[in-house]
Design a protein around this ligand. Structure first.
Ligand SMILES: [Fe+2]
Length: 182
């Protein structure tokens, strides 16, 4: 399976959004593999990490995020579960689509979705597998925004930013960052 072939099914080749997505996804894949090196004793599936990291944001075109060229009609926070639907429609093994659904924030709990009335299906969307956690964490170090492209994002900054959204996000991320020596 070549993730680029799948991306090209939904993103016209050579458009700015295609390049934004592919550049970001490559950066996240590279960071994910570096993180995997820190837990090699747990035998992370590197081939799966590479492919799933390339596909984790495939749902963004269905959302509205004008700063990065997304002109869909759903709120940006929906891109995870929308990506899951896309990959499920292609009959990929569920482990790929679960990475999409579980990578936003530091995962999102059902309780968080319900208490904040988030526009998401009411179910737990928190990373469970080692590979899901690695890709979710790696994603936080790489922005898609053109303004932030060359900014070095530190672990402390990520924890601070996640804490502004929800303290539980910051707590989950902190535990994983420690585990991955970040
Ligand atoms: Fe991402």
């Amino acid at each position: 399976m070549d993730p680029l072939d799948i991306i090209k099914q939904f993103y016209p080749h050579d458009t700015p959004l295609f390049h934004t997505l592919v550049n970001h996804s490559r950066a996240v894949a590279a960071k994910s593999l570096k993180i995997a090196d820190t837990v090699s004793h747990l035998n992370p599936d590197r081939e799966f990490i590479q492919a799933a990291a390339m596909l984790h944001d495939i749902g963004i075109f269905l959302t509205r995020a004008e700063s990065i060229g997304c002109t869909g009609d759903k709120p940006y926070i929906c891109h995870g579960y929308l990506g899951r639907q896309l990959l499920d429609s292609l009959a990929l093994p569920a482990k790929y689509s679960l990475v999409c659904e579980r990578h936003t924030g530091a995962g999102i709990t059902k309780e968080n979705i319900e208490s904040n009335d988030l526009p998401l299906p009411s179910r737990d969307m928190v990373p469970q597998s080692l590979e899901e956690k690695i890709i979710c964490v790696a994603d936080k170090y790489h922005s898609k925004s053109p303004k932030q492209k060359n900014r070095l994002i530190t672990t402390q900054q990520i924890i601070k930013d996640l804490g502004k959204i929800n303290i539980d996000h910051a707590k989950r991320f902190s535990i994983w960052a420690k585990e991955f020596q970040l």
